[in-house]
Ligand binder design. Structure first.
Ligand code: SP5
Ligand code: ZN
Length: 356
């Protein structure tokens, strides 16, 4: 299988995350994609460099204000002097203009970059530094390049990217995500192919950004299995089973929240439900997070390598042109093999093998 990858993906170094006000070591590190690219090569997959994403492809999904902010945030931060005083070397918001703060009236654009960040960020864990924009752009570039290849006839292509994207929405970033790579891919696929596209999200966390981008659309379905936000997990406010889409998109959104400790059998039953939900689409985008693995530091799900392999086989059943986009997965010792397990399951010619 072709794997789209760029060394520019490693230029983003969030360095840390601010969690409950404390600066902790971040888990969304550059090494993640280096390991996955190396594993892909070792498994005989072919690494390809991306072409550049266009401004129009990004604008089809994201607000121009968000994109411009992500582009210039680091230079604004340096000009602001915060790296010297008080000694913060990454862009991080400190106030958040909730809509109720202005009783729904339009929010003014603040002068301070630390306030401006609060206009777009929904958490304090998603830091911006030197090279962040270059990696964001490279990730979107890999995603649209994978779409190009699938439209040209490749049955399945994997975009091995970071930073991940599924928590980023039209005009917000967070959850280690800045631009929504999978949504940009899906939007591009809709432009190129007739009929509905489905995005199936296997990351351990709910892809709240992808959900919101397509919430009112029937032409892109979004389905996800993830740790139940009601059990106290990120993104906390979204990912509940009663979020089914709205207006023209009613019924085109499917959330399957699962409890902490969920193992292969129940997780795969959910994956089968997602496959059936995607049936009748003309193309598939898989948001592949491998953080549902039992040892992952960011999630309490208990999925195994065999589970990921079976999930690949289940989704390959659809027989659809497929773009796989990497999301989360944080155990450096296992993410290469977990990702390969999914790809292996996907390309197995027969889907009658052991599937949990
Ligand atoms: C793409 C993706 O998988 N994003 C996941 C973001 C979830 N981050 C939740 C962080 C919650 C706090 N983590 C602190 C771990 C302390 N051991
Ligand atoms: Zn995740």
């Amino acid at each position: 299988m072709k794997v789209v990858y760029s060394p520019d993906l490693t230029r983003h170094d969030p360095a840390a995350e601010i969690w409950v006000g404390v600066r902790i070591v971040g888990t969304e590190v550059a090494r993640r994609v280096e390991l996955i690219a190396a594993a892909a090569q070792a498994h005989g997959h072919q690494l390809l460099a991306p072409r550049s994403v266009t401004a129009a492809e990004i604008r089809a999904v994201h607000d121009p204000g968000l994109v411009e902010f992500l582009k210039i945030a680091w230079s604004l931060w340096q000009e602001s002097g915060y790296p010297r005083e008080p000694g913060q070397d990454r862009v991080v918001p400190y106030v958040f203009p909730l809509h109720s703060l202005t009783s729904g009236r339009a929010t003014r654009k603040p002068v301070s970059v630390a306030a401006l960040a609060g206009l777009y960020a929904f958490d304090t864990m998603t830091l911006i530094g030197p090279g962040t924009w270059e990696a964001i752009e490279a990730a979107a570039s890999c995603a649209v390049t994978a779409v190009d290849l699938v439209v040209a006839g490749d049955p399945v292509v994997f975009a091995a990217v970071r930073p991940p994207g599924h928590h980023a929405g039209r005009d917000f970033y967070g959850g280690s995500c800045y631009l929504n790579n999978a949504a940009i891919a899906a939007s591009r696929l809709v432009d190129q192919m007739d009929g509905p596209i489905s995005v199936i999200d296997l990351d351990a966390h709910h892809g709240n950004g992808t959900q919101e981008i397509f919430y009112r659309r029937a032409d892109v379905r979004y389905g996800s299995v993830h740790i139940d936000p009601a059990a106290g997990y990120f993104p906390h406010f979204l990912g509940f089973g009663d979020e089914r889409g709205e207006g023209p998109g009613e019924g085109a959104n499917l959330n399957i929240p699962v409890p902490p400790g969920t193992r292969d059998r129940d997780w795969l039953t959910a994956v089968e439900e997602l496959r059936d939900f995607a049936d009748g689409s003309t193309a598939l985008v898989v948001s592949l997070g491998v953080d549902a693995w039992s040892g992952d530091p960011e999630s309490p799900l208990e999925v195994t390598h065999q589970g990921y392999q079976s999930a690949g086989t289940v989704l390959a059943d659809l027989g659809l042109p497929t773009v796989i986009v990497l999301e989360g997965g944080y155990d450096l010792a296992e993410i290469g093999s977990l990702t390969m397990s999914f790809l292996e399951g996907f390309v197995k010619t027969s889907s009658t093998g052991p599937s949990g």
